[in-house]
Design a binder for this molecule. Structure first.
Ligand code: SF4
Length: 345
């Protein structure tokens, strides 16, 4: 009888026990894992080293994974965005971005929650609010389905959700990604709005990933509007947690800054941001905003983005402008889910 749990929701011992119940031998669990992860074969029917009878029982009683791909969009540079729906109807987005250099492998952007409670007014996911946390296997399944589109070299946890608010499930999933898919600690970046107490605690564990903190403003008052869940937490406290992360793990922090046209993209903002980050070991990623439907925010002019960048560099900071690869084909954060699922509006 089906338990409703998929193969990748089970740990190794549970999987061996379940396969035995279904008439297989314990080592068949390892065969299935290897087929799915190493050979990127996600179809029991194609696992020819298993008996026909076992494959047919598995197909009906132990789904390999739980997500269903319900929509896909593509951009001209090969980026593919998947909308994945779980059995309870909850949906998330996962984006596969091939390297511009041949043979380098792709970067996968994964989601950590269904919706998000942080409430950033420029984000489609923030507008929908939090639906629920993803389980560790639902996070891992995004890697399984993502690598089926092409080998992965890197990952960023920058999709839907605030990763530090679902940290245990994320940590468990990333551990499997590191040990079984082989994406190392320096090739996985977790992006957070930067809850300082949580960051300080996590830094002590020296977890296997790089840290990015989304700042979006040099001013406490403006940041409270742009990142509502962080209202009342001073930017200096977040930067101190970033400093502590660097001191504890030896890995520099990246600060993410979404440039919103006419809102936070002036030279004055750049000067104030530079003052905040002066003398800190950090890189700043400037991300020109992609407007979402019915939006109160605008894409910044290219020359404003360039001026902002140049001001930071003149002040001695390391900064890059990252024009989003998701700007075409409904690929900005949260858009595919909102368009495919009117109930999330
Ligand atoms: S931008 Fe990130 S933190 Fe803010 S609401 Fe969207 S998913 Fe949440």
């Amino acid at each position: 009888m089906s338990t409703g749990r998929s193969f990748f929701a089970l740990d190794r011992d549970e999987a061996r026990a379940r396969i035995t119940e279904l008439g297989g031998r314990p080592f068949h669990a390892d065969v299935i894992r290897s087929e799915a992860i190493d050979r990127r074969n996600l179809d029991y029917a194609e696992m020819s080293s298993l008996s026909r009878e076992l494959r047919s029982r598995l197909a009906t009683e132990l789904p390999l994974y739980s997500a269903e791909e319900v929509a896909r969009s593509r951009t001209s540079d090969g980026t593919q965005k998947l909308l994945l729906r779980f059995p309870d109807g909850a949906a998330v987005e996962t984006v596969h971005m091939p390297s511009r250099r041949r043979g380098r492998g792709a970067t996968l952007c994964v989601s950590s929650q269904v919706g998000c409670s942080v409430g950033c007014p420029f984000c489609a996911s923030g507008k929908a609010g939090l639906v629920r946390n993803l389980t560790h296997d639902e996070i891992f399944e995004q890697f399984l389905l993502g690598q089926a589109l092409g080998p992965l070299a890197r990952s960023v946890v920058m999709g839907i959700g605030e990763p530090l608010l679902n940290y245990e499930a994320l940590r468990r999933a990333l551990e499997t990604v590191r040990s079984e898919i082989g994406i190392g600690a320096r090739k996985i970046t977790v992006s957070t709005v930067g809850f300082p107490t949580r960051l300080n605690r996590i830094a002590r564990e020296n977890p296997p990933f790089q840290l990015a903190i989304s700042l979006h403003s040099p001013d406490d008052e403006q940041r409270a509007r742009l990142v509502p869940a962080m209202a009342g937490i001073p930017i200096e406290e977040i930067l101190s947690a970033g400093d502590n992360w660097f001191a504890t793990t030896g890995r520099e922090v990246t600060y993410e800054y979404v440039l919103l046209g006419g809102e936070n993209d002036s030279e004055d903002h750049a000067e104030r941001l530079a003052r905040r980050l002066q003398n800190r070991r950090a890189t700043i990623n400037l991300i020109p905003y992609n407007p979402i439907p019915d939006d109160e925010f605008a894409r910044p002019a290219a020359d404003a983005a360039n001026r902002f960048h140049d001001t930071l560099v003149q002040k001695g900071l390391v900064a890059t402008v990252r024009w989003s690869r998701g700007a075409e084909a409904d690929a900005a954060c949260g858009q595919l889910r909102i368009q495919a699922s009117p109930q999330h509006r």
